[in-house]
Design a protein around this ligand. Structure first.
Ligand SMILES: [Zn+2]
Length: 385
């Protein structure tokens, strides 16, 4: 993976180009059968609607970055027009395109959130087979709760069954994830609810939930799931910031987690703030303020394209370097799994390289910090082999 930066310290550029990444928050690539309409819709995170016919989502920072960095991997010139890109992609076929991009990302470990549309996307084992990297599972708490509702678990048994199933699921996982951001936001009381309140809320929810797709929005049960995960002790990934408009972006500022983070039991568990954009500077503050708080700027990196240089530079402000992790947060098109890696490597080489050139950092320190964020921090926190 070369050519992503033209100048700078040679030792650092070579190191950043080749260091294996742990992608600590990612979703599967599409299994197959991707239409251009679905592809373009996947380049818009915030809206679930089809792209209007008077525009193309290729005309965005993400679309330009795909034409710049992904086109050459398919044998096209950089900046190849969108129609040529799509024609070449179709000619190669989904399977080959997936192998090219997943294999090209230089990722040694994928920590896969299996909670979102698992039928149409690759699971951890399939991601591993397509890329050569290892796949690991992250358990989504709200998905586990919704399975209990689907199974019609009685309200009086809910807490015990949830804890047992969470412990069971955790045996094959390296962490858990909450999407409480999507269900209530952080502007609620996030303290641990009492057992009687959980019994009552579960009875109410499961009695009322439709059997097909129960959606957990009850605040008591959301809080219960979160604290059950705290008791478990595995790293807890928390969606914060940028996401689709199903969430209220005003309610997912990580600073709203302050009371939760001040809870003594929570301080014993790694809390992994995901995405964070546009609140990444606040996440950096929390990572300095709490020893158990970590963060990434995944998702934003891909969507900001050429502007991701500044996003990554800003992520290197307050947060100690031991508290930052790499993530692509790719979902769907395997271009996103590849692009996250390319843009991150480019920004790290450029940003840290600039500090080396200015005499602020040594090249050896820059290489060491790049490896911490690329893989070492994630290996330590998730206890990866
Ligand atoms: Zn995600």
């Amino acid at each position: 993976m070369t050519g992503f930066v033209t100048a700078g310290d040679r030792e650092l550029v070579d190191h950043v180009a080749s260091v294996p990444l742990v992608d600590h928050h990612v979703h599967g690539a599409f299994a197959a059968g991707l239409s251009r309409a679905d592809f373009e819709q996947s380049l818009n995170e915030a809206s679930p609607d089809p792209i209007p016919d008077w525009m193309t989502q290729f005309d965005s920072q993400l679309g330009f970055a795909i034409r710049r960095w992904c086109a050459p991997r398919l044998g096209l010139p950089a900046h190849a027009p969108a129609d040529e890109y799509w024609a070449r992609r179709s000619e190669l076929g989904d399977e080959q395109v997936t192998a090219i991009f997943l294999g090209g990302a230089g990722v040694s470990d994928w920590l896969v959130d299996t909670g979102l549309r698992p039928a149409t996307i690759l699971g951890p084992a399939e991601m591993s087979a397509a890329s050569g990297g290892r796949g690991h599972t992250i358990v989504r708490l709200e998905g586990l709760a919704e399975q209990l509702a689907t199974d019609g678990i009685a309200g009086r048994d809910y807490a015990d069954v949830f804890r047992a199933r969470l412990a069971e699921a955790a045996r094959g996982a390296v962490g858990v994830k909450t999407i409480i951001a999507y269900r209530s936001g952080f502007g609620i009381d996030l303290s641990r609810p009492g057992e009687a309140a959980v019994r009552e809320a579960a009875g109410r929810w499961i009695d009322c939930a439709g059997p097909a797709e129960p959606r957990l929005e009850d605040q008591v049960l959301l809080r219960f799931g979160l604290h059950a995960a705290v008791d478990l002790g595995l790293p807890i990934q928390v969606h914060t910031g940028f996401g689709d408009r199903d969430l209220d972006l005003r309610q997912v500022d990580p600073l709203l987690l302050l009371d939760f983070l001040r809870t003594p039991q929570v301080a014993a568990v790694p809390v992994m703030l995901l995405h964070c954009y546009p609140y990444h500077r606040k996440a950096g503050y929390l990572a300095q303020a709490f020893h158990n708080v970590y963060f990434d700027v995944g998702l934003g990196v891909n969507f900001l394209g050429a502007r991701s240089l500044d996003l990554i530079a800003e992520s290197f402000e307050l947060a100690p370097f031991a508290k930052q992790l790499y993530s692509s947060d790719a979902f769907g098109p395997p271009e996103l799994h590849y692009l996250g890696s390319v843009l991150w490597r480019r920004a790290i080489a450029t940003t840290l390289g600039g500090w080396v050139d200015a005499g602020d950092w040594s090249a050896a320190d820059a290489c060491r910090v790049a490896a911490m964020v690329a893989r070492d921090n994630a290996r330590r926190v998730y206890r990866l082999p």
